[in-house]
Ligand binder design. Structure first.
Ligand code: GAR
Length: 207
């Protein structure tokens, strides 16, 4: 059984997608053992509660220094004894100690086709605003392993989504979530749970 810790900052629709996929059998041999939020009011915490999943808040404002906050975050992740750490809309840059310790055991969902519209400053709605500004006709989502860079780790799965005439960032965000994020995140977790993902020379191969 793959033990999963899910890190969140907001609404938690990707967390919900994982819970749903476990419920309907798209994810097997895996369980969410802890949800960790850096925001006290994240709706994701409600979703954890509703589903009987332990949740923990580690908020920057509760610590005197960034260092203490990071220490607490690492402690909370370690405490869950996870085989896999899932960043599901977690908008904190991870401490390098964590990415080193959990090499190829942390995955992130990003709302674009990496390497487009990613890196520092590209998160949430901002990604879709930039995609619309650039006028791309296709966008999508990416699940990737997390390394010490920003959105630079090996890509596991991607799915393309059409941009439509008249899209607003909000409309596009919803389509990318529905047609890509909520599909490929559970799929990647299930592949990992069944030992089907391996990394060689910085590239992912799926068995
Ligand atoms: C999702 O669209 C996710 O891809 C994005 O934040 C949103 C969180 O939504 N993540 C990033 O932009 C990471 N760079 P959720 O809380 O409803 O899952």
């Amino acid at each position: 059984m793959l033990r999963i810790a899910v890190l969140v900052s907001g609404g938690g629709t990707n967390l919900q997608a994982i819970i749903n996929a476990k419920g309907d059998g798209r994810i097997t041999d895996a369980e969410i053992v802890r949800v960790i939020s850096n925001k006290k009011d994240a709706y994701a915490l409600e979703r954890a509660k509703e589903n009987g999943i332990e949740s923990v808040v580690v908020a920057r404002e509760d610590y005197d220094s960034r260092q203490d906050f990071e220490k607490a975050l690492i402690g909370s992740v370690d405490g869950a004894k996870p085989d896999l750490v899932v960043l599901a809309g977690f908008l904190v840059v991870l401490p390098e100690e964590l990415t080193r310790k959990y090499e190829y055991r942390i995955i992130n969902i990003h709302p674009s086709l990496i390497p487009s519209f990613c890196g520092k400053g590209y998160y949430g709605l901002k990604v879709h605003e930039e995609a619309l500004k650039r006028g791309v006709k296709i966008t999508g989502a990416t699940v990737h392993f997390v390394d010490s860079g920003c959105d630079t780790g090996p890509i596991i799965l991607q799915k393309a989504v059409e941009v439509c005439e008249g899209d607003t960032p909000e409309v596009l965000q919803k389509r990318v979530m529905e047609q890509a994020e909520w599909i490929i995140m559970p799929k990647a977790i299930n592949l990992i749970a069944h030992d089907k993902v391996r990394v060689e020379n910085g590239r992912v191969y799926i068995n």
